[in-house]
Design a protein around this ligand. Structure first.
Ligand code: GLY
Length: 362
């Protein structure tokens, strides 16, 4: 069943449309906004081969003039150089202030398209059509856009909200299974930080690790609840002055693991899964959360086919040292998001290195 989720913001509120057959309606949807005639669809070659034609046709049928720009797939291309290539295409097709860029792809395409649209002519229209589970439930919502710097991920960017987000769950059928599972890590995250009902719904489902075994209704419910959780959080704290940091649950240790394994061993969601289990253990040791709930979380993550343990070959000293360099360090203190109960977390900078050593000792 289709659903619409509102993201109410002081300026630029918007809607997320969740549907199981919506790509061919993009033109109709876009018509409802006050957009100029020109649209530039930004995608990667693989996604565009699957979904470009339907998207472009729907937009053209609705009267738009459509061009496209493809970026090779992968985080390696999330650079200022790729943005510069987008600007070249934008210039070639003479996009104007009322023109629109549409991101058709995963998080990398979405973040870059958002940044290019935020900066071209100081801001043109932007629409998100996320095609990975992770982009559907996280990256496409909330306006974080940007690119990586050689010294760190997402160091260059802007908050820039889309006109709307169109989520068509049917496009997930072409998503590799590993990417689907990785996206489920973010879904489970919403269950732990915000939505107990979502968590319980997932707990009661035995086939979480494979999209093929999920009913369309359950998938749409998962998408809707996850998007609602993200919308609730970002609408209370658009620019991450406080609450929004809870969306980084599992990311503190997760980033350390990604960094110590040189981004080669785990995809992001897998590292977040390990990070959530680690956060549970820290919370338990700090007497913030019951053992039962920590075990429930770990069981659910394992059931979704995700890793739960920090690799044994990572050195404890390296983990502790790397934590101090994480983006989440504030005034010299590592900031953890820790579970209190399923559906609720707290932000704490009170976790001592001794406690961490105790939790992670081998
Ligand atoms: N992905 C975390 C956030 O949007 O704040």
């Amino acid at each position: 069943m289709d659903s619409i989720i509102s993201v109410p913001l002081p300026d630029n509120s918007y809607s997320i449309y969740v549907t199981d057959n919506g790509l061919s309606t993009i033109g109709e949807k876009a018509q409802q906004f006050n957009l100029g005639k020109k649209i530039l669809v930004i995608s990667n070659p693989e996604i565009f081969a699957y979904y470009g034609e339907t998207t472009v046709k729907s937009l053209e049928d609705a009267g738009f003039t459509v061009n496209y720009h493809l970026i090779p797939a992968g985080e390696n291309y999330k650079t200022l150089e790729s943005i510069s290539h987008i600007y070249d295409t934008t210039l070639k097709y003479r996009l104007e202030r009322n023109s629109t860029m549409i991101a058709l792809g995963g998080g990398v395409v979405g973040d870059m398209t958002g940044f290019a649209s935020a900066t071209w002519l100081r801001g043109i229209n932007f629409i998100q059509i996320p095609t990975s589970l992770l982009a559907m439930v996280d990256a496409s919502i909330g306006g974080k856009t940007g690119v990586n710097h050689p010294q760190g991920k997402n160091l260059i960017g802007a908050f820039y909200q889309p006109k709307f987000v169109l989520i068509d769950s049917s496009v997930l059928k072409t998503l590799p299974e590993r990417e689907f599972k990785a996206g489920m890590a973010e879904v489970i995250k919403y269950g732990v930080i915000w939505d107990k009902t979502l968590f319980e719904r997932l707990e009661n489902e035995n086939n979480l690790h494979s999209l093929n075994n999920l009913s369309t209704d359950l998938l749409n419910e998962i998408l809707t609840r996850s998007c609602q959780a993200k919308a609730d959080v970002v609408s209370q704290d658009e620019k991450e002055a406080g609450l929004r940091a809870i969306l980084n649950y599992g990311h503190t240790i997760g980033h350390v693991i990604e960094s110590l394994t040189y981004y080669q061993t785990f995809v992001h969601g897998e590292a977040v899964a390990i990070g959530m289990v680690a956060a549970g253990k820290i919370a338990l040791k700090a007497n913030l959360c019951s053992e039962e709930e920590v075990i429930r979380q770990e069981k659910l993550i394992a059931k979704a086919g995700l890793p739960t343990q920090i690799p044994h070959y990572l050195d404890l000293d390296d983990i502790i040292a790397n934590l101090q360099t994480d983006k989440k360090v504030k005034a010299g203190k590592v900031r953890f998001i820790l579970p209190q109960t399923i559906g609720q977390v707290i932000i704490s900078d009170q976790i001592s290195t001794d406690l961490l050593r105790e939790v992670f000792k081998r």
